[in-house]
Design a protein around this ligand. Sequence first.
Ligand code: D6N
Length: 474
Amino acid sequence: MPLKLFCCDECIPERQNHVYIKEEGEDTTQFLPLSNIETIPGSLSERGCSYCGAKLVIGGVIKDCIQMIHGPVGCAYDTWHTKRYPSDNDNFQLKYIWSSDTKEKHIVFGAEKQLKKAIKEAFKEFPEIKRMFVYTTCTTALIGDNPKAVCREIEEELGDVDIFVVECPGFAGVSQSKGHHELNIGWMRDKVGTLEPEITSQYTINVIGDYNIQGDTYVLQKYLDKMGIQVIAHFTGNVTYDQLRCMHRAKLNVVNCARSAGYIANELKRVYDIPRMDVDTWGFEYIKVALRKIGSFFGLEDKAEEVIAEEVAKYEGKLNWYKERLKGKQICIWTGGPRLWHWTKALEDDLGMEVVAMSSKFGHQEDFEKVIARGRVGTIYIDDGNELEFFEVLESIHADLILTGPRVGDLVKKLHIPYINGHAYHNGPYMGFEGAVNMARDMYNAIYSPMWGLAGKDPRVVDSPMWSLAEKDP
Ligand code: D6N
C-alpha cells in the first residue's frame, strides 16, 4: 500500500492521502500524495502564510527599497531576520523593517491615513531610498483598505519615488506558495517593461528563483561573468528594484526555483516571447549540466567548459574527501518543496548518501512528480508534514542527519540527531561547485561532531522520555 496512515494521525485519517512510500515499479502516474490544498484541521502544520511567501521569500531580498508592511507590527517583526540573504550594498535590506503599525482603532476607522503617514515618514528617514514595496496583511485586507490609491497619491505628491503594492494577505491561499504567485504576477503586470537597461553584452539573461541565500547569487554571477553573459536581473538575489523593471530585455530566462518563480518566467515567455530554461544550480554534477545548457543556448560551449574545468580542478578533490566520509549516511530533507527534488539525487550521486524521508511544506503536484521521479524506492514522501509525523518517521527509519529549518531542527536535536539548516544554510553558499563542497562540509561537521557523544552522557537527558528514541542512534 503506497499511501500511509501514521499512528499519530488516527484521529485525522485524511492525512493518509498526503503520505506516500514509493514501491518497486511504481511511477507518478500511479500514485501521488495530495498537495497544495488546505491543511487538515487538527494537523499542526509547518507552513507559512501567503503574505510571508511574498515578503520573506521574494520581496524582502531586494536590496534598495523600503519594505512597508501595512498591518500589525508583528507581521513585520516575524518576517524580519529569519532569512540570510546578503547584498553588496552593506545589507540594507537586512537591517531595517517598516510597518504601518495598525491598532484596534485603525481596524474600526480605517488604516489608510496611518499607511500614508508611515510611508512618508519612512521616505523622510531614508532620503537616499526612492523605491518601496507595500504589503497588505490579513487585517488591512479584511477592513478593505486601498493601499494602491494611497501609494499613487504619494507618488504624485513626492514626484521621485516608485512604489509597488503586493496585495496578498496571509489568508489569500493555503500556504506561502500563493504569495510567491501573487508577487510574480503583480510585478510582471505593474513593473516589468517600465525601464530600459544598459545592454553590455549580446548574451543577456535573467536568473530566476535564486535569492542569494548566504551568497548563492555571487557564485552564479561569477560563472556567468566568466562566460561573458550579462545578467539583466536576478529574481531576486542581490538585485535592485530598477533592475527588476528591465527583465523584458533578457534573451533567456534561466529558472532555478521553479516553484516560487516559474510564474514570472512563464509570463515573460507569454508577453515578450523570452524562452525559459530550467536548471539545477545545487549539486556538483547538476551545475555542470546547467552551465552547459546555458552555454549551448548562446553558442558559448567553450566558455562553459572553461569555467567547469577551472572549478572542478579547484573543488573536486575536496568534494571527494567528504564523499568518502558521507557515503552511506542516511538523511531526511524536510523543507519547502523544490529543494527536495533539487537535492535528493545530487546528494545521492555526488556524495553517495541515501535520502530516506522527504517532507514538503507547500510543493504542488509537479514538485511531487519531480521528487518522486528522482527519489528512491522505500523513501517516505510527505506533504505538509506535522511534528508528530516527523517523530514517527524517525522511529521507523534511521537518520544520520536532517536538512530542515531551525524550528524542526531544534526538535530533532533533542533526539540527538544533527540537523543542517536547509532553508538559510549553516555556512553557505551551497550553490555551484564551491557550494556543493560547503554543504558537504557542513553535513560532515554535523554528523561527526563529538557533541553528540557528550550530549548522550548528560544524566538529565537519560531521564527524558525522548531518550528511548535517541538510544537507537548512539
Ligand atoms: Fe524556492 S520554494 S524560494 S527554493 Fe521557496 Fe526558496 Fe524553496 C524556499 S529560498 Fe525553501 Fe522557501 Fe526558501 S521554504 S524560504 S528555503 V525556506 N519558499
